[in-house]
Ligand binder design. Structure first.
Ligand code: PBG
Length: 330
C-alpha cells in the first residue's frame, strides 16, 4: 500500500490542525518588559524599537491598566537613569526613592494584582555602562554582588514580587537570597538570568536605556568577562544549576531565537520554571524586515512566540506580548 501513512489527514483544515496542536499560546505565557523614565506626560518611542516606548510614571499607569485588560498580568521593569545620577558604584540604584522604587509603588497602587519583576543590574546606573563596579580595568565580582543584593532589597521593600538579576556576576543570586531572608522578605522571589550570553542582540535595549559600555582605554567595551561565550552549551547548564542551588526560583535563557537549543537543554535538566527573553535585537530585526515588506510581521511574531513555547519556555519575555495577545484574544 502506498503511502504507508497519510499524515496529511491531520492537516486538512484549521479545525483539524487546532484540535491536535501540541503547543498553544495564552496571555499567561507572557512577561512584559516596561521601560520607565523621569518626567511627566512622557511617552517616547525608542528609535531602534519601533512602536515600543519609555513611559513616565503618570503614563505608566495607563499602560499597566491596558496590559491588565488584555490579560497580561506580569511585568519586568527597567529604568532609564539620568546621566547626572550615574557613577561607577551605581549609588542611585540603592535610593529607596529612586525611579525604579517609585515605579514599583506606582504600579502596585494602580493595579495591585499585577505581578512585578524588576531588573537587578548596575548598567543603567553605571557611568561606564557595565553590570558591575570597575576597578583597575576589571569588572570586579564580589563587591558588585554585594551592591546587587542591596539593590534587590530596595526593590523588595518597594513592593516587587520578584527580582531579576541580569548581570552574570558569580554568587549574586546567593547574596540576594541571603539578604532577602535576613530582612524577612521570604516571599520575594528570584528570577535569575542564568544562561545570559554576551550578545550583540542587546543593541537596541542599550539605546532604550542609554546604558551601553563607554569607551575606556583599560576596560573592554564588551561584556565578555561576565556574560557567556556563545560557543558554549554545557556551560549554560552549569550556570543554571548553580543559580538554582543559590536560590533562583525561575531561571532564564537569553537571547531567545538563536538559543532555542539552550532553552530545550535547560528545560530538560531542571525542575523549576524556565523563562526565555526575546530580546530587543530580535524585536528590531522583525520590525525592520516587516517595514521593508520582506516578512509578514504578525505571522513571524506568532511563529517565533510558538517556537519559544515549543522549545520549553514556561515564561516568554517579549516586546511583542501586547501584539500577540491582541491577535489571540481576537
Ligand atoms: C541589563 C540588561 C540587558 C538586557 C536586559 N537586562 C542589557 C545587557 O546585558 O547589556 C537586554 C534586553 C534586551 O536586549 O532586550 N543587564
Amino acid at each position: 500500500m502506498f503511502p504507508l501513512r497519510r499524515n496529511r489527514r491531520l492537516r486538512t483544515n484549521e479545525t483539524m490542525r487546532s484540535l491536535i496542536r501540541e503547543t498553544n499560546i495564552t496571555p499567561n505565557d507572557f512577561l512584559v518588559p516596561l521601560f520607565v523614565v523621569e518626567g511627566k506626560g512622557v511617552k517616547e518611542e525608542i528609535a531602534s524599537m519601533p512602536n515600543y516606548y519609555r513611559y513616565s510614571l503618570d503614563l505608566l499607569k495607563n499602560e499597566v491598566k491596558t496590559l491588565w485588560s488584555l490579560g497580561l498580568k506580569s511585568v519586568l521593569l527597567f529604568v532609564k537613569v539620568p546621566d547626572n545620577l550615574k557613577d561607577n558604584k551605581g549609588t542611585e540604584a540603592l535610593n529607596p526613592n529612586g525611579l525604579m522604587q517609585r515605579a514599583i509603588k506606582t504600579i502596585k497602587d494602580t493595579c495591585p494584582e499585577m505581578l512585578i519583576m524588576t531588573d537587578v543590574a548596575l548598567d543603567p546606573y553605571s557611568s561606564v555602562g557595565h553590570d558591575g563596579i570597575v576597578k583597575n580595568g576589571m569588572i570586579i565580582n564580589d563587591e558588585s554582588a554585594e551592591v546587587l543584593a542591596k539593590m534587590a532589597l530596595t526593590h523588595a521593600q518597594a513592593g516587587a514580587d520578584f527580582v531579576a538579576p541580569s548581570d552574570m556576576n558569580d554568587g549574586r543570586t546567593l547574596k540576594i537570597r541571603e539578604l532577602l531572608e535576613q530582612e524577612s522578605f521570604i516571599n520575594t522571589g528570584i528570577m535569575a538570568y542564568t544562561a545570559k550570553y554576551a550578545s550583540s542582540f542587546y543593541g537596541p535595549f542599550r539605546d532604550a536605556l542609554d546604558s551601553a559600555p563607554v569607551d575606556m582605554t583599560d576596560v573592554p567595551k564588551d561584556k565578555k568577562t561576565y556574560q557567556m561565550d556563545f560557543g558554549n552549551r554545557i556551560e549554560a547548564v552549569r550556570e543554571t544549576l548553580i543559580d538554582i542551588e543559590e536560590g533562583a526560583d525561575i531561571v532564564m535563557v537569553k537571547p531567545g531565537l538563536s538559543y532555542l537549543d539552550i532553552l530545550r537543554e535547560i528545560k530538560n535538566e531542571v525542575d523549576v520554571p524556565v523563562a526565555v527573553y526575546q530580546v530587543s535585537g530580535e524585536y528590531a530585526m522583525i520590525k525592520a524586515a516587516a517595514e521593508k515588506g520582506w516578512l509578514n510581521h504578525d505571522q513571524i511574531m506568532l511563529e517565533t512566540t510558538m517556537a519559544f513555547k515549543r522549545a520549553g519556555a514556561d515564561i516568554i519575555t517579549s516586546y511583542f506580548a501586547k501584539d500577540v495577545v491582541k491577535i489571540i484574544n481576537g
